[in-house]
Design a protein around this ligand. Structure first.
Ligand SMILES: Nc1ncnc2c1ncn2[C@@H]1O[C@H](COP(=O)(O)OP(=O)(O)O)[C@@H](O)[C@H]1O
Ligand SMILES: [Mg+2]
Length: 458
């Protein structure tokens, strides 16, 4: 809208007062109206950013005018003014959503300040609105649930990296939403109208994967009867998503490094370089650090793809998302099966909220699908959920770091409990982000990884 030249509408039955305000705001685009009705008519058809309205309009009550004006333009700023304004009038006005309240007579400075403030708020509202729309709209297509602070932090990073062509590495356990996030990044990027090509690198043998991704020329190998472009060329102008790169072959890793460095590919059997304009998103559910250590993953490639690493927290570390995810899947499968299931009983919901979810969101989705199919009621009950979910959970963490009899244990064993607890808390605090967790605990990431394995926190 009119972000550059804010439009102000002055509504006042008193001509002298109207002209006074207009003079005070000489450098603005100002229009005037002499009654509430005229003002509302203009508001219905013309864009305004700020309305300056007298409480005594004659035809419409001040607060009623405020309400109707806001109805006409949901993000309009209304400043009310009154000749004998009392504190109570001001309070009422603000409570009903006025941007400000001015008691007559006011100075030029007071008026300009109020209008400036209202326009600034206006612009912020617009900007906020635009930003939210840009991100939300594309995420909403996928019904992307993000309520837990851990996920909101990830979405913030998505917003920050989406615009550039930066390579993104998504790590996380299976079923945590890596594929969905990759799509979301593509959708919120300027390349969203370009292709999104997904390749599961773990599913193909080395030579097939290479020709699949980089293409081949005729005669490159038996069966290569004609030239064929690879997925990288196909993805030009868009995004290529390489899933399960943790287990890829050495030959593949060399080629991948070359694309990431120089943005060129060579078809198998050809030495000619072809430029490709792609954003590369990679995902893995294996610890790349461990793979680098045991030599199965190239160190130079590891550093090249570490630039932006989004760590998807396991579902057990973002329990704030469980209820919304469960509701989303319930709606989805109720619609699909046509069953009149509408919700969960409290007992069933509690089980979902407390289950350990080793299979993460994918497991939750399967559990809900099954429950919808089994359910014979409007609400999902505990008996509709698999018995394994109700199993005895891990005991709640002790409030005191040290158990009362810990002085009877060898030091090493006595410290294990508190150590596990500290790590668990830090992990929960950072939504499972191992880099931040390790930093806050002042240990390196591989030590953290080893301890997580030892304490069964992986
Ligand atoms: N934040 C989310 N909101 C809604 N559905 C999700 C979310 N994350 C994951 N899912 C769903 O959970 C399932 C598993 O997600 P997926 O992206 O395939 O996980 P991964 O690639 O990590 O194995 C998919 O059906 C996906 O649509
Ligand atoms: Mg996946």
């Amino acid at each position: 809208m009119s972000q550059t030249t804010p439009r102000v509408l002055i509504v006042d039955p008193d001509p002298a007062s109207r002209e006074q305000c207009r003079a005070f705001l000489a450098d603005r685009t100002v229009e005037t109206a002499d009654s509430g009705t005229t003002a509302l008519e203009r508001l219905a058809t013309e864009p305004f950013d700020v309305v300056l309205g007298d409480c005594e309009l004659g035809d419409v009550d001040g607060l009623e005018f405020l309400r109707l004006a806001q109805e006409a333009h949901s993000d309009l700023s209304v400043i009310l003014m009154a000749a004998f304004g009392s504190v109570q009038d001001a309070v009422d006005a603000m409570r009903h959503g006025a941007a400000d309240f001015l008691a007559k007579p006011f100075s030029e400075e007071q008026l300009r300040l109020a209008v400036d403030k209202a326009t600034r708020t206006q612009q912020l509202l617009h900007e906020n609105h635009d930003l939210k729309e840009a991100l939300d709209d594309r995420l909403r297509i996928d019904n992307f649930v993000a309520t837990d602070p851990a996920m909101l932090r990830i979405l913030k990073s998505v917003k920050a990296v989406a615009a550039a062509r930066t390579t993104v590495l998504i790590t996380g356990e299976s079923g945590t939403g890596k594929t969905l996030l990759a799509r979301a990044i593509h959708r919120s990027s300027p390349r969203h109208s370009g292709p999104f090509i997904e390749v599961n690198c773990g599913a193909l043998p080395e030579n097939l994967l290479e020709s699949e991704l980089f293409g081949h020329v005729r005669g490159a190998f038996t069966g290569a009867v004609r030239d064929r472009p690879g997925k990288f060329e196909e993805a030009s102008g868009g995004t290529i998503f390489l899933d399960e790169i943790g287990t890829s072959s050495p030959g593949f890793q060399v080629r991948l490094l070359r694309v990431l460095q120089d943005r060129v590919v060579e078809r198998v059997g050809d030495s000619q370089s072809i430029d490709v304009d792609v954003r590369v998103i990679l995902a893995t559910n294996v610890e790349l650090e461990a793979a680098v250590r045991d030599g199965s993953f190239r160190e130079d490639l590891y550093y090249r793809i570490q630039v932006v690493n989004l760590e998807m927290p396991p579902l057990r570390l973002r329990r704030g998302d469980i209820a919304n995810l469960a509701a989303l899947f319930l709606r989805r499968y109720a619609a699909e099966t046509g069953k009149p299931v509408r919700g969960f009983t409290d007992a069933a919901l509690r089980i979902l909220l407390e289950a350990p979810w080793p299979g993460n969101i994918r497991q939750l989705e399967n559990v809900i699908e099954r429950a919808v199919v089994l359910s014979e009621h409007e609400a999902i009950r505990p008996e509709d959920l698999p018995a394994t979910l109700h199993g005895p959970g891990t005991p709640p963490p002790a409030d005191n770091l040290l158990a009362p009899d810990s002085h009877l244990l060898p030091l090493r064993d006595g410290l294990a409990g508190p150590e596990r607890l500290l790590i668990e808390r830090a992990l929960a605090h950072f939504g499972g982000n191992r880099k931040q967790t390790a930093e806050s605990l002042d240990i390196n990431r591989s030590t953290l990884f080893n301890k997580m394995r030892k304490y069964d926190l992986l």
